[in-house]
Ligand binder design. Structure first.
Ligand code: GLU
Length: 314
């Protein structure tokens, strides 16, 4: 029996959403938008909403960032259901799956370096599939992907066409770290996730995720991709470009700005006078939530340096 079958959450809920931040820094405006969109979509559909700490790439994690993220969510009244799942504590479950895939011949060791893959034209050609490479701790593990990339219907964008063959996906890296692609699939299945609302920066990888989930036997999920907040065209707010952390002392202002970004101004007043507190604002937003309101655009420029910003789909 796989862990998927004994998942703590997978039994009944028709809608299980999740927010899955990587604790490489505090939440910035763009990540608060994603958290709020995923929360509102879950609660509007009477679903549960989980938080998963994606601390799988431990060298990139910042000490204390997980606690800072959870504090920001709580201050903004985005209360998650159940316990927070930390990927860093799930290694035995991931390894068990990797071993199983190796035993079944669905995955194989690959010793190819980046340089070798570059020489193949930048796309891994699957040559280690037949080489019977053994584990010498300096090799990666790849999952065989024999089916084409999968198109899908995004709950906000509509039909997203994909074509082409995926390369065999690294599921465990040469440095011993499990890959993001593997753990996101395994954890969504383990936690019984049915709906993923996340940033448009992950749209390009979604056809691969669809294909990988199917190859792993993980149940398919519904995707909704919200625009990313950017400081200029093509420059999304991110920890890497030092986006300011969300100021937990101006919860009402932050929530109003996020709701403005998400297009809710068309259906509810976004003015602090109308609400006695952040909870009443959130509960109005849950009732009015509609995926169709969210601008169907890849990014929205926000002014990262001011407390005000303009919300103008590009
Ligand atoms: N951990 C990813 C991030 O912070 C999100 C992954 C996902 O939502 O699927 O960008």
């Amino acid at each position: 029996m796989t862990h998927t079958a004994i998942s703590p959450h997978s039994q009944h809920s028709a809608y299980v959403g999740r927010f899955a931040p990587s604790p490489s820094g505090s939440l910035h405006f763009g990540s608060l938008v994603t958290a709020l969109a995923s929360y509102l979509d879950a609660k509007h559909h009477k679903g549960s909403w989980l938080v998963r700490m994606e601390d799988i790439d431990e060298p990139r994690c910042v000490k204390g960032a997980d606690a800072a993220i959870l504090t920001t969510l709580e201050r903004h009244h985005l209360q998650w259901d159940g316990d927070v799942l930390y990927q860093s504590r799930q290694h035995p479950r991931y390894q068990e799956k990797v071993n199983q895939l190796l035993q079944q011949g669905a995955a194989y060791y690959c010793g190819c370096t980046r340089k070798q893959i570059k020489a193949m034209g930048g796309r891994y050609n699957g040559e280690c599939r037949t080489q019977n490479i053994i584990d010498d701790s300096h090799v990666a593990v790849r999952m065989k992907l024999d089916n084409p990339l999968m198109s899908f219907d995004d709950g906000m964008i509509g039909h997203v066409d994909a074509e082409g063959e995926p390369e065999d996906c690294v599921i465990k890296r040469r440095d011993g770290l499990f890959s993001y692609h593997l753990v996101v699939a395994l954890d969504d299945a383990y936690q019984g996730v049915t709906h993923i609302v996340r940033g448009r920066d992950l749209l390009d990888v979604t056809p691969l995720h669809k294909t990988l989930y199917a190859a792993l036997g993980c149940p398919p999920v519904t995707y909704c991709h919200v625009p990313v907040a950017a400081v200029a065209a093509g420059r999304k707010l991110s920890k890497q470009n030092h986006a300011k952390p969300v100021n937990n002392k101006q919860v009402m202002t932050n929530l109003l700005q996020c709701l403005q970004f998400l297009g809710l101004a068309k259906v509810m007043p976004l003015d602090s006078q109308h609400y006695s507190n952040p909870e009443s604002l959130i509960s109005a937003a849950i009732s009015h939530w509609d995926r169709k309101l969210v601008p169907n655009t890849a990014e929205i420029i926000v002014d990262s340096n001011e407390s005000t910003y303009y919300s103008q789909p590009l």
